[in-house]
Design a protein around this ligand. Structure first.
Ligand SMILES: NC(=O)c1ccc[n+]([C@@H]2O[C@H](COP(=O)([O-])OP(=O)(O)OC[C@H]3O[C@@H](n4cnc5c(N)ncnc54)[C@H](O)[C@@H]3O)[C@@H](O)[C@H]2O)c1
Length: 258
């Protein structure tokens, strides 16, 4: 029943084979989606090469640079989608950034530039990419972003990223309300802690994972592919009645009080 054949899906946020976006891309591909992949370009083209090699087996029909702090690259990404695909069905927003210094210690020490940068990359980008996707989602669509419990409750060291995720979760609701009339659904997956490039910047991430392994109902944390399965579900017709929601894929950790 989970069939994404004929759907065009843009996946952002793949940096390496540990990325949650990589788990999502694999499961969307498995479900039959036609993939477009963006990568964060760097001066030496290292990321382009690395991501291109990784995603090759998934035969993406689009592969474009997209730094979400760069308006021209965002415009070019969606112009390319319009030219090559004509329409977009699925947008996966799976990226975030905060300075390592702002992911430990006192939250009140967060600098103004650090705060603004974290919110710009991790929160505003969902708003901007969704706005650019909207006119291309002519047959309706599904937008999925990634959040974490630290946007709803205090998690030690998550600090400014918690504020970014709180804003992201509220953005999901405002976007869902705006776009529902066009049959565009907008949801977030709140994933349990997973070791990735981004999460390694959060102070004490391994302790967080071990804590979840002890406390969560399933006595473990989750994998990138499990998050990918939930994303594929949310992007499919099986989830046609679901929008504006935060779906916890965290081995049940969120229900626990102690
Ligand atoms: N790993 C976890 O424990 C966990 C848990 C819950 C939610 N998340 C969320 O999942 C998402 C993916 O993170 P991940 O853990 O897979 O780490 P990751 O490091 O693999 O992915 C983060 C991605 O963000 C991209 N990025 C950073 N700045 C960018 C910019 N300016 N423009 C475009 N892309 C940019 C990076 O290139 C990278 O691909 C993030 O939103 C993260 O907050 C992660």
């Amino acid at each position: 029943m989970l069939d994404l054949t004929g759907k065009n899906a843009l996946v952002t946020g793949i940096a390496n084979n540990r990325s949650i976006a990589w788990g999502i891309a694999q499961q969307l591909h498995k479900a039959g989606a036609n993939l477009g992949i963006t990568y964060l370009p760097d001066d030496r083209g290292k990321m382009e090469k690395k991501v291109a090699e990784l995603v090759e087996p998934l035969n993406p029909s689009l592969f474009v640079p997209c730094n979400v702090q760069n308006d021209e690259q965002i415009q070019a990404t969606f112009d390319t989608i319009k030219d090559k695909w004509g329409k977009l069905d699925i947008l996966i927003h799976c990226l975030a950034f905060a300075n390592k210094d702002d992911l430990s210690g006192d939250f009140s020490s967060t600098s103004r530039p650090g705060f603004n940068q974290a919110l710009e990359i991790s929160t505003y980008s969902l708003v901007q990419l969704s706005g650019a996707a909207k006119p291309l989602m002519r047959d309706g669509g599904s937008i999925v972003t990634l959040t974490y419990l630290g946007g709803d409750r205090v998690v030690p060291n998550y600090n400014v990223m918690g504020i970014a995720k709180a804003g992201l979760e509220m953005s999901v609701r405002y976007l869902a309300s705006e776009m529902g009339g066009q049959n565009i659904r907008v949801n977030a997956i709140s994933a349990g802690p997973i070791r990735t490039l981004a999460s390694s910047a959060v102070g004490g991430i391994l302790d967080m994972i071990h804590h979840v392994e002890e406390i969560a109902p399933l006595r473990r944390t989750v994998t990138q592919l499990e998050v990918g399965n939930a994303a594929a579900f949310l992007c499919s017709d099986l989830a046609s009645g679901i929008t504006g929601q935060i779906l916890y894929v965290d081995a049940g950790y969120e229900i626990m009080g102690m």
